[in-house]
Structure formats: structure tokens, C-alpha cells
Design a protein around this ligand. Sequence first.
Ligand SMILES: [Zn+2]
Length: 222
Amino acid sequence: MQNPPKILHANINRDTNIRDLQAKWPCTRSGYRASYCFVSDKGEHTQLSHEKLDVWAMSMLKGPEHATLEKPPAHRFFNSTIISPVLQMRKDAKEAKKLTKNTSAGTSNLLAGFVNLATALRAPAPFVAPHPYPLIPQINAITTSLSLLPADRTIGPSLDLEDFCSQFGVDISVHQKLSNEGYKTSHHLQYATVSELKEVGFRIGKITSLKDAVARWSLPLD
Ligand SMILES: [Zn+2]
């Protein structure tokens, strides 16, 4: 039933990409020896956390048009211009906190940082209409809540159903049932809805565990 070579292959590819990225992007700024940074054309450092390396490495698996060793994916992680104002304020407050940590006169700055943060958190987030027609997003929201894929995530790599199930710890009974229903790859699962699965006799707990596996397999939206 299992297919270890293929599973290993997908994981190794991602791990290799992460290692290659770490080799390619050690932070060159003095005092930051232990970390990795993507450095933009403008010389801005974006520290490559494990999560960011993971998103980048996974994106590279999708093909060079998505990301390469030199080119990060078109993802908010790597584009400071699309950082939300609230996140920026939080970041500023954090920076302020860091800066004042070692100074004795830091308390007032630290407070200012917290005040900024509090203001940012209290301020309503700028409303960006997701779609010119107000009815459509609502319909989408209803549809996506019934789908296994979380609304704010996109599909992960294409895997055989078997590989998907073993990599993301899906029960053998669920795997069997999905296979009986004709699902063949991880990408097919994006079209499965909760009601369809209920109809063919999936218990709600099994659906929840499958949703969890799909959520872990999915990637953050670009
Ligand atoms: Zn750096």
C-alpha cells in the first residue's frame, strides 16, 4: 500500500531546496551570522524564518515560474510593500522595543511603542472590497466553508492520494474510502465538499481529520 520512494522524493526535494536557499542566502550583515536573509535589489534584508524558507522551497517545487533560488515567490512574506498597516505598526512597536531594550532611558520609548501598538490594534483595518459585487464574496464564503480547503489557503503540491495520505497522516480507512470514491490525487480533494463526503458515509470526525490534513498540506495564499 505504501510507496516510500516517492514520499521520500518529495520531502527530499523540499529539504534540498531549503538547504540550497540557506547556502544561497546567509545574512551578510555583521552581527547576524546565525540567520538567513533574502536581500532585495534595494538591499533590504528579509529574514528567512523556517516558515518563509518552507513557503519558498515549496513554491520552487511548483516550477521556476513560481520561484527559483534567486527569486522568491510572489508572496506577502517577500514583498514588504503589501505588508498591512497593522502588521507594520506591530513590527514598528517590536523594533522600538528591541531598540530600547539596552538603554536605561528606554521606558518612555517602550511605552510609546505600546501606545502605537494599541492604537494600531484598536484602529479598524482598512476595508478592501474583495470583489466589486458584494453578493459574490458571500456566496464564495458559503461554498468555501463547505470545502476541505481553508478559505485563506491555496492548494499544495500535487501528490498521489496514497502519498498525500501517508505524508499527512490520513487514516487508512479514510484513504480507502476516498480511493473507493475515485479520488486519485491531492488536487482532486480541493473539489470535495463536506456534504458530498457526508453523503457517501464519512463520519464527521473523519471529515474533520481530513480537513486538518488538507489544511496542513495547503499553502498560504500568494
Ligand atoms: Zn540580514
